[in-house]
Structures are given as C-alpha cells and as structure tokens.
Design a protein around this ligand. Structure first.
Ligand code: ADP
Length: 238
C-alpha cells in the first residue's frame, strides 16, 4: 500500500526504535511440531511464522503423480487471531499468491527429480502478523525442510526492504508496510547469491532499487547465519 504523510521516522529512529538498516530481534527454533517430519518457528519482532513439512511421501490420488519428478506444495495461511480484527480462515487472493511465490522461492533448492511420484507439503501458519510475514514463512520453511531431511542444494533466506518517509529501510513491520512508499520481498539461495523471490509494491528509482537489493542481500546473509546456527545446534545434539 502506498500512503504518504504519516511520520514513521523521527530523529533517525523508526516507530519501534530501530535504525533504518536494523533488523528486528529474530528468533528461530526447529522441531516445534512433533507430528511433522520437520518444522520451524521464526519470529521477526512481533511476526511469528510456523512452518510444518510432510514428505516426501507417495502422492494420492495417483493421477496427480508425476512419473519423472516429485511435487512441492506450499500453503500459506494467516490464523484468524493473527491480526487485530478476526481474519477469515478461508483462503483469499493474497494467501493463494503468497503460497505460490513461496513454492517458487523454495523450489530451486529441492532435488524433486530424485523423488518421482511423491509430494512434499509445506504448511505455513502465521500466528502473529506484524509485517514481512511471507519472508518469515519462507525462512521457517527452509529450515523446516532441512530438518525434515529433505535433500537441499542450499538454504533459502528471505527479508523485506522498502522506503518509508523517503528513507530506505530493512525488515518492515506492519505499520511501516501499510504506509510505505515502496516495499520489496526478497529471497536468495545464500551460497550462490541466486534470487528466488523478488516482489515489489510502490515506486522506486533505479538507484534506490539497486541500493535496496544490496541491503536485502546483506540482511539475508545475516538471516542465513541464524538459520545455520539453529540447524547446527540440532545436529550437534544428535
Ligand atoms: P507481508 O506480510 O509478507 O509483508 P503484505 O504486504 O500483503 O505481506 O501484508 C503486510 C502486512 O499487513 C501483514 O504482515 C500484516 O501485518 C498486515 N495484514 C495483511 N493482511 C491482513 C488482514 N487481513 N488483516 C489485518 N492485517 C493484515
């Protein structure tokens, strides 16, 4: 959404006290759901995403199976209690779009061709929404897939960047997202610097976009270190 005139930066500080290029406090945890093959919880400030992975497992009904490859399915949903006003649990255009871009962001990391006739299901539930939920969901999914033992080419690390009150910022919260001049959702495979998600809303100059993409890349590298840290912890204790 693009609105102007709302003061979101005062004396160089954002409404939650952060500097322009500062990420929110982030927490990551894996194996939070015992019934899943792999799961993770990612907290970006007040945004909390839970990802749960099942598979690879045989896909039924059989006519949906692909003989040469496995299939990745992603479902993003915001819980009815995740925002101030009750959110309908039914899928809407936004959640269908986010499910699709999440699948496209994660797809290049998985060796689906090694698992013909199977499906890997990724369920993302946003239990608290305060901006950047799609990227929080992608980060959670990436470590949940790894924790499920799905062979991966790389992790996927994601963050949001944008422009508020003429200032370029990273990791937008809900208020900032709703009043931004532009916001960008970004994901990379950190080892290869391969971009798997780039969505932009609003207006930016070419130079601003280039600066924001560099900021996003740096932020994703920091997020990747957190993802690796939580996975290392798991395998250290096994
Ligand atoms: P993202 O959450 O990935 O940034 P959007 O830009 O679509 O995706 O949404 C921005 C923010 O707007 C969300 O993170 C959430 O805080 C808020 N939001 C989205 N949908 C709703 C809704 N139905 N009710 C209230 N707030 C919402």
């Amino acid at each position: 959404m693009i609105k102007k005139g709302i003061k979101l930066i005062k004396n160089g500080k954002r409404i939650d006290g952060r500097l322009a290029k500062q990420l929110r406090d982030m927490e990551m945890k894996i194996d939070v759901i015992s019934t899943a093959d792999g799961s993770a919880k990612v907290k970006f400030g007040n945004t909390i995403a839970i990802a749960s992975v099942r598979g690879p497992r045989a896909l039924f009904p059989r006519h949906l199976q692909e003989s040469q490859t496995g299939i990745l399915r992603c479902k993003y949903a915001m819980a009815p209690f995740s925002v101030d006003e009750r959110k309908s649990p039914a899928p809407n255009r936004r959640s269908i779009e986010i499910s699709k871009v999440t699948r496209l962001a994660l797809g290049p990391t998985t060796f689906l061709e090694d698992f013909p006739k199977t499906v890997i299901d990724v369920f993302i539930e946003i239990i608290q929404a305060d901006g950047s939920t799609r990227v929080a969901g992608i980060n959670a999914s990436s470590i949940a897939l790894t924790s499920a033992g799905v062979p991966m080419r790389d992790l996927v690390s994601a963050c949001s960047v944008g422009k508020i009150n003429g200032t370029l910022v990273v990791d937008l919260n809900g208020e900032e997202d709703n009043n931004s001049e532009a916001d960008v959702a970004f994901a990379i495979l950190p080892s290869k610097d391969e971009v798997t998600l780039l969505q932009m809303d609003g207006l930016l100059t070419k130079d601003e976009l280039i600066e924001l993409l560099n900021l996003a890349k740096d932020s994703c590298k920091k997020i990747c270190e957190l993802q690796k840290g939580v996975l290392r912890e798991k395998y250290k204790s096994e």
